[in-house]
Design a protein around this ligand. Structure first.
Ligand code: AP5
Length: 213
């Protein structure tokens, strides 16, 4: 199954992607995670990307396309994958389609997790992630029992781009550059939408039924 996850920053794409990985044994390809790793590793690409990410803007198409093309060619993507945070604009979507046409394996579903903007703000400012195992928490909705990760005891951190001012910019960029993808994938008849507000497991059940799984 080849899926693209659509939805605003904080809609729960990453949260639901983790559940899809467990159920379908296909990898999640998150361009945000790949870029954050490059930032943490201090690579030249990471240094370039950090300046843009901290402003809440989009990293250049050229950078992300190279990363995605390389990743989807790996053997573990043969059975399918979950693209999370990519494509982010129509130009990225067109480039992806060309790459997939060459591979003879087009996208099957563009799944949107829908959440109102007022809820997103709380989700993003409240998000905490484990440095050790990437488990996600939210101090408002799903707080850890203590100050560290419930699963592995790792230290929890707040993303640099989860500050109120940067969040505002990310939501603006989403509206202007990413929302047009609904029309793009709508023409291909592959859009499925789920209400992303409510219990995380219930949302996942709805996703599975949308995917007929
Ligand atoms: P990226 O990492 O892709 O971030 P994003 O799209 O802004 O999405 P998020 O990761 O913030 O949110 P999410 O929908 O995954 O929500 P989550 O599950 O974490 O991108 C970051 C930056 O990298 C971009 O701004 C850009 O600069 C760059 N970039 C990345 N891809 C790029 C590309 N293709 N081109 C150019 N630049 C690119 O959930 C959020 C919170 O809500 C968590 O605390 C979670 O626990 C909680 N939560 C989730 N579901 C629920 C629920 N049902 N109820 C209550 N709380 C919930």
């Amino acid at each position: 199954m080849r899926i693209v996850l659509l939805g605003a920053p904080g809609a729960g794409k990453g949260t639901q992607a983790k559940k899809l990985i467990d159920k379908f044994s296909i990898p999640q390809i998150s361009t945000g995670d790949i870029l954050r790793k490059a930032v943490a590793d201090g690579t030249p690409l990471g240094k370039e990307a950090k300046i843009i990410m901290d402003k809440g803007e989009l990293v250049s198409d050229q950078i992300v396309l190279g990363l995605v093309k390389e990743r989807i060619s790996q053997p573990d993507c043969k059975k399918g994958y979950i693209l999370d945070g990519f494509p982010r604009n129509t130009s990225q979507a067109e480039s992806l389609d060309k790459i997939l046409a060459e591979m003879g394996a087009p996208l099957e579903v563009a799944l949107s997790v829908d959440v109102d903007f007022d809820v997103l703000l709380k989700r993003l400012t409240g998000r905490r992630t484990c440095k050790g195992c990437n488990q996600m928490y939210n101090i408002y909705f799903s707080a850890p029992k203590g100050t560290n990760c419930d699963k592995c005891g790792g230290e929890l951190f707040q993303r640099d781009d989860d500050k109120a001012e940067t969040i505002k910019k990310r939501l603006e960029v989403y509206k202007s550059q990413t929302e047009p993808l609904f029309a793009y994938y709508g023409k291909k008849n592959i859009v499925k939408r789920v209400d992303g507000v409510g219990d995380i497991d219930e949302i996942f059940k709805k996703i599975c039924s949308l995917l007929n799984k």
